[in-house]
Write a protein that binds this ligand. Structure first.
Ligand code: SF4
Length: 362
């Protein structure tokens, strides 16, 4: 099947591909950074992050030696912060073991923290023209529909099966350029073979061969496992300020949003009297408390349903251990506060440098 479609697919790609900075200059480091950023995040959201990241950390050495607070600040708003922590661990290994150059062998790439078979295949094929498959969710959808596969794409064996199909094609003598072929499949999934009932089959260069279109099975292919409902957690957020400062604290080193900074918050749905008690326990001397709007933030397995209070305080000093009183401007520059708190940081004049839509943090 893939033998029949690769030429129309790659011709379509050459005419319709979106311009991307990491595409026009596909250095291995750029492809790596962009692929990690693009996990769970759209291209348009990634662009400004990519520019800022590359400007500040132009190569693997710069990434390896960057301080943690700065690194998290550069990632602020993208979510899934373990991605960038793993990138730094991998960068340090690359400095030690590969002289600062990413290996081009997908098997070696897969041994680095945070690099799975998809990312390894993307770096190897796009940056180094190595014949390796790069199968992500978009590609799984396209290939399932094209072949009419009723196998569940959440099953790891199905991904391996499609990787083998692509590998067979890329190993042939007259095979397409692997980087172009992989990107063409991804781009078709991102622009044309869209999820649910939104596929644009009339514009698709593969419609002549597509089993799902022929069988009228677009809604049922690809097959997915039913999703477990997310756990709901209620939280109360305190946005505290005096004339010049606000209060933040560091989250624990493990679990959700590990090691990031946050506004003081508690589990549960606190009344204003309970919120004031908590503020006093932290060492704040409140002079006024005002309710703030409710907010919701969606993580992969959990939803936070939040209520908030603006706590106006006398001078912020003598806070409990672990809490910092700090000027909003410094917080904006130096401390990474996740987008989950965006509804409340706006009352403190703290906004991350680049805003994204809420969601997608881990
Ligand atoms: S014809 Fe439609 S369903 Fe088939 S690959 Fe193209 S866009 Fe996807």
């Amino acid at each position: 099947m893939l033998r029949k479609v690769w030429q129309p697919l790659t011709s379509w790609f050459e005419q319709n591909k979106r311009e991307m900075e990491w595409r026009s200059n596909p250095l291995p480091y750029y492809v790596w950074v962009s692929e990690i950023m693009l996990q769970q995040t759209r291209v348009e959201t990634v662009r400004p992050y990519f520019h800022r990241f590359i400007n500040e950390l132009p190569d693997i050495h710069a990434l390896a030696v960057c301080g943690e607070e700065r690194l998290l600040k550069l990632w602020e708003g993208l979510g899934y912060y373990n991605r960038v922590r793993n990138m730094q661990k991998a960068a340090r290994i690359v400095m030690e073991e590969y002289g600062g150059e990413l290996p081009s062998d997908p098997a070696l790439l897969r041994k680095l923290p945070g690099i799975g078979s998809y990312t390894a295949g993307a770096i190897a094929s796009i940056a180094c023209h190595i014949p390796a498959p790069a199968v992500d969710g978009n590609v799984l959808r396209v290939l399932s529909r094209l072949t009419g596969s009723l196998a569940c794409i959440d099953d790891a064996k199905v991904k391996v099966h499609f990787e083998e199909l692509i590998q067979e094609l890329l190993d042939e003598e007259d095979a397409p350029d692997p980087g172009i072929f992989n990107q063409a499949l991804m781009e078709l999934g991102a622009l044309v073979c869209l999820p649910g009932g939104t596929a644009r089959c009339a514009q698709c260069p593969l419609r002549e061969w597509c089993a799902a279109l022929r069988l009228g099975e677009l809604d049922s292919i690809p097959v997915r496992k039913p999703k477990k409902p997310r756990r709901i957690e209620k939280r109360t957020i305190l946005a505290v300020r005096d004339a010049s400062c606000t209060v933040i604290r560091k989250r624990p080193d493990s679990g959700l949003l590990a090691g990031l900074w946050e506004l003081p918050s508690l589990e549960g749905d606190l009344t204003d009297v309970e919120a004031l008690e908590e503020a006093r326990r932290i060492g704040i001397r409140p002079v006024r408390i005002l309710p703030l709007p409710e907010a919701k933030h969606i993580f992969s397995h959990v939803e936070w349903h939040m209520k908030g209070y603006l706590v106006l305080a006398e001078e912020l000093e003598g806070l409990a251990e672990g809490y910092l009183a700090i000027e909003p401007e410094r917080t904006r520059r130096e401390y990474s506060i996740p987008a989950a708190y965006a509804r409340y940081t706006e009352y403190l004049n703290i906004r991350p440098g680049i805003q994204t839509e809420p969601g997608g943090e881990f």
